[in-house]
Design a protein. Structure first.
Length: 200
């Protein structure tokens, strides 16, 4: 686990809900809400909904997409993640209402990321340790998870206005995807095995 249970904003320390998961930890349980067009009931997304796909997962976390730094992080990740959209699950998580997330995604043409809201349940922020207790709002963070549901990269900037290390997060995601491709290749029968099966 991390040993920094606070973040700094404009020179003031704000306590976080708990310590965030470190590399090797399992993904905490969470519930996120999203609304698709024409869906008035909304959809709850859980950890199991994402992990059962057995694909790597990147979670870009921001307080709000309407803040300058939150907007920048989301748009930057959206561009950088385009080559990986078919190989990984890519999510933007914020404290915004689902409707505001949809509006931002549409206005900014966000296509690589799916948008999840922690506004209703707040379980993501609390269980990941990325929620400011005083205001019940998320701080900025990024997590990369492998297909087994284990954290492979976690970053929570100590100073809120500090940018995420995009390159490092992308490097780890690339490595995790590459591992998946190698693992899947190992499961495929070789030409000799296929020929032996035909002969039998």
């Amino acid at each position: 686990m991390s040993h920094l249970p606070f973040v700094v904003f404009n020179g003031r320390k704000y306590d976080l809900s708990s310590q965030w998961p470190a590399v090797g930890d399992p993904v905490p349980d969470f519930q996120l809400m999203l609304f698709n067009k024409g869906d008035s009931a909304g959809i709850m997304i859980t950890k199991d909904d994402l992990i059962h796909h057995r694909r790597p997962l990147l979670l870009s976390v921001t307080t709000s997409l309407d803040t300058p730094i939150g907007s920048l992080q989301t748009k930057k990740f959206d561009q950088m993640l385009q080559p990986y959209a078919k190989d990984a699950l890519l999510w933007s998580v914020s404290s915004d209402l689902p409707f505001n997330i949809n509006r931002f995604f549409e206005e900014e043409n966000i296509t690589s990321l799916a948008g999840g809201s922690d506004f209703l349940y707040k379980s993501f922020g609390k269980n990941f340790g990325v929620m400011v207790e005083e205001y019940q709002l998320l701080v900025r963070a990024v997590f990369v998870v492998d297909r087994n549901g284990l954290i492979r990269y976690s970053e929570v900037p100590a100073v809120v206005k500090t940018e995420i290390n995009y390159e490092m997060a992308m490097r780890v995601l690339h490595e995790v995807i590459h591992e998946d491709h190698l693992s899947d290749a190992d499961l495929q029968p070789s030409d000799e095995e296929e020929n032996a099966q035909v002969d039998d």
